[in-house]
Every structure is written in structure tokens, then in C-alpha cells.
Design a protein around this ligand. Structure first.
Ligand code: AMP
Ligand code: ZN
Length: 135
């Protein structure tokens, strides 16, 4: 594991997260700077910096978990819509270089743009929403 990768540290349990789903190969947790309530991330446990350097099998497992967690978000929050997003490289506003898929619940008229600014969310609110999704 690259020693400065924050998502590898989360996978290893070295730093905390609001976990919503875990299996042998993947982990899903809440984004701490949610662009909308319920914004979460799914990562493969094995480090790959981006889509280009990921393995087919890892990607397939990650996407299966993405669908599982998306269904849970849909059921728990019943959002107006739901987007997936995955960034590759600084030019695409990738800020953490461990492959991850954003699951973004949409709100009516939220006018969300692709490259939003990072703004810390309220931890209590994030924790409450993570419980709903996890359940
Ligand atoms: P990207 O800009 O596509 O690389 O997305 C990285 C995401 O990781 C951003 O939305 C950050 O808010 C999120 N993030 C960074 N550090 C953490 C963390 N420790 N726990 C949860 N989410 C994080
Ligand atoms: Zn990593």
C-alpha cells in the first residue's frame, strides 16, 4: 500500500470513516465533504490510482458494490435522482489517487456541476445518514 494514500489507510482501519458497506474486496463509506446528503464513495481494497491502472476483476467487483450501495441509497433516501462519478487525473478534479466511485444522490433543482468545491459536512448529519444507508 502506498504509505500516503488516505483511502488505503481507511481500508486498513488506520483512520476512521462512516462505513456503509464492506465485503472481501470493496469498502463503501460516506464522503466527508458531501456535495449532497448521502454522498458516498466506493473503493476497491487493493490500491489502484485510477481507472486506467485498475484490474478488470477489481473494477467488476467495485461496480457490483456500487450497484448494491446505490440501491441502498435509493431505498434509504429516495432521492430525486442519483449520479455516479469517477475522476481520473488532476485535470478531471481527482484529489485522492486511489480509485473511487462517487455515489451522488440528487435533489430537485440542486444545479449540481461536475467539479464542485470541497466543503466539510456536518459529522452528526453524515453519521445519521450513513446509518440509514447501512441498514
Ligand atoms: P475526487 O476529487 O474525485 O478524487 O474525490 C475525492 C473525494 O474524497 C472528495 O469528494 C473528498 O471529499 C473525499 N475525501 C477525502 N478524504 C476523505 C476522508 N478521509 N473520508 C471520506 N471522504 C474523503
Ligand atoms: Zn490507496
Amino acid at each position: 500500500m502506498p504509505k500516503d494514500c488516505i483511502f488505503c489507510k481507511i481500508v486498513a482501519g488506520q483512520i476512521p470513516c462512516f462505513k456503509v458497506y464492506e465485503d472481501e474486496h470493496t469498502l463503501a463509506f460516506m464522503d466527508i465533504n458531501p456535495v449532497n446528503p448521502g454522498h458516498c464513495l466506493v473503493v476497491p481494497k487493493i490500491h489502484a490510482p485510477n481507472l486506467f491502472e485498475s484490474e478488470d476483476a477489481e473494477l467488476a467487483r467495485t461496480m457490483a458494490a456500487v450497484r448494491k450501495v446505490s440501491r441502498a441509497v435509493q431505498k434509504a433516501l429516495n432521492p430525486y435522482g442519483l449520479n455516479l462519478l469517477q475522476a481520473n487525473g488532476p485535470g478531471a478534479a481527482q484529489s485522492v489517487f486511489h480509485l473511487h466511485i462517487h455515489i451522488i444522490p440528487r435533489e430537485r433543482d440542486d444545479d449540481l456541476r461536475m467539479n464542485w468545491g470541497l466543503k466539510a459536512g456536518n459529522k452528526d448529519e453524515i453519521a445519521k445518514i450513513s446509518e440509514k444507508i447501512r441498514d
